[in-house]
Design a protein around this ligand. Structure first.
Ligand SMILES: Nc1ncnc2c1ncn2[C@@H]1O[C@H](COP(=O)(O)OP(=O)(O)OP(=O)(O)O)[C@@H](O)[C@H]1O
Ligand SMILES: [Mg+2]
Length: 323
C-alpha cells in the first residue's frame, strides 16, 4: 500500500498540496527554503555558437504540446561506473520533460533507492516497491506508482529489497523480460519511462536494457570515465542481438563538465572524437546545485528553476524529444 501522503495517480485521493517550499515527503536533512533563485553560472548558449562539444550548437526549438499521450518511449539511464550522474539525470530530465507537457514515469531500478530519496521519499518506509510488483503476482504496478511534487511525473520507487530480486530472478523463466512485463500495463499512460539503473551490468541492468527503446549514457568528464564504456556498448549490442532488436543508443551525455579546466575540455574532446554525433550537444556542468537538490528532495527545475543546471536539463529534454 502507498503511504497516504503518496497516494497513487490511479484513482486514490490526490495528495495534499504542500505549503510552498515544503517538500511533500522530505528527507531528514533539509535546507532552508531557497530564496528567489538568481540567474547564475554561465549565460545560456545560443544556436550557431561553438558549444562545449566543439560543434556549433544546433537549434532545437520548443517541442509542440501533445494532445494524446503514450505509448511511452522507455529510456534506460545506464553506466556501470558509479557516481556519473545517472540518478541526477533521471530526475532532472524527467522533470524537464514534464514541463514540456510529457507524462513521465521514473523507475528506480537501483536497490540503493537514490532516485526515490532524490524525490523526497523515504525508501525504507515504503510498504511496497518495484520489488513487490516483480516478485508478487497479486501486486500490480498501479498499486505502487506514486505521484511526485512535479506535475505529470510519477515514481515507481525501490529500496534495498530489490537487491534480493537479482538473486531470486536467476531461476525464473524469462528472467530478462521481467521489467518489460512489469511496465506493460501502464505503458500507454506515459510518454516517457526513464529507468535509473544501478552501477553494474548485472541482471537488473540487463532487464532495463531488454525493456528499453533507447539507452542514455551519462559520462563524467573525468580521465577514467572512458574506461568501461567499451564493455557497456558491448553489453548493449549483445542485448540488441539476443533480447531486444529495437534497442538504440539514444545519446551520450557529458556530465560534471568544468569549462575552466583544460582536463575537462580534453576529456570532452576525446568523448566527441570517440562517439561523434551520438554525444548530446547539451553538456551538464559541475555545480554544487545538484547535491543541494538531492538534500532538498526536488529536481533542479523546481529548486532553482532559472539556474544553468535547470536550463541544461531543459535543453537535454528538447534534444531527447527531437531524437
Ligand atoms: N553536474 C553535477 N555537478 C556536481 N555534482 C553532481 C552533478 N551531477 C551529479 N552530481 C552529484 O554527484 C553525486 C553522484 O551523482 P548521481 O547519484 O546522479 O550518480 P549515479 O551515476 O546515479 O551514481 P550511482 O552509480 O551511485 O547510482 C551526487 O552526489 C550528485 O548530487
Ligand atoms: Mg544512481
Amino acid at each position: 500500500m502507498s503511504t497516504p501522503e503518496h497516494a497513487g495517480p490511479w484513482g486514490g485521493p490526490p495528495p495534499p498540496t504542500p505549503p510552498s517550499g515544503v517538500p511533500r515527503a522530505s528527507v531528514e536533512l533539509s535546507l532552508a527554503p531557497h530564496a528567489a533563485p538568481a540567474d547564475e553560472d554561465a549565460a545560456e548558449q545560443s544556436a550557431g555558437e561553438i558549444g562545449p562539444t566543439g560543434r556549433p550548437l544546433r537549434v532545437v526549438s520548443e517541442p509542440p504540446l501533445i494532445a494524446h499521450h503514450g505509448p511511452a518511449k522507455i529510456l534506460a539511464i545506464c553506466n556501470q561506473k558509479g557516481g556519473v550522474g545517472k540518478t541526477t539525470s533521471t530526475i532532472n530530465l524527467g522533470a524537464a520533460l514534464s514541463e514540456y507537457g510529457r507524462r513521465v514515469l521514473l523507475v528506480d531500478f537501483d536497490p540503493q533507492g537514490a532516485l526515490s530519496v532524490g524525490l523526497g521519499v523515504h525508501p525504507h518506509q515504503l510498504d511496497q516497491t518495484i520489488y513487490n510488483v516483480i516478485m508478487e503476482r497479486d501486486v500490480t504496478v498501479r498499486d505502487v506508482i506514486m505521484q511526485t511534487h512535479v506535475e505529470g511525473m510519477d515514481l515507481l520507487p525501490s529500496n534495498i529489497d530489490l537487491s534480493a530480486a537479482e538473486i531470486q530472478l536467476v531461476s525464473e523463466v524469462g528472467r530478462e523480460h521481467t521489467l518489460v512485463r512489469t511496465l506493460r500495463p501502464v505503458i500507454d499512460h506515459y510518454d516517457y519511462v526513464l529507468v535509473d539503473c544501478q552501477p553494474s551490468l548485472g541482471l537488473l541492468t540487463v532487464n532495463a536494457l531488454a525493456a528499453a527503446d533507447g539507452v542514455l549514457i551519462p559520462l563524467e568528464c573525468e580521465f577514467f570515465s572512458l574506461r568501461g564504456v567499451a564493455l557497456l556498448i558491448d553489453t548493449i549490442e549483445k542485448v540488441r542481438e539476443r533480447l531486444n532488436p529495437k534497442l538504440e543508443i539514444t545519446g551520450i551525455l557529458a556530465t560534471m563538465y568544468d569549462p575552466r579546466t583544460l582536463h575537462s575540455r580534453e576529456v570532452m574532446a576525446r568523448v566527441v572524437e570517440a562517439f561523434g554525433e551520438v554525444v548530446f550537444d547539451t553538456v551538464i556542468n559541475r555545480t554544487v546545485r545538484f547535491p543541494e537538490t538531492t538534500v532538498a528532495g526536488e529536481p533542479i527545475t523546481r529548486w532553482a528553476p532559472r539556474s544553468a543546471g535547470a536550463k541544461a536539463y531543459r535543453a537535454l529534454a528538447r534534444e531527447v524529444i527531437a531524437r
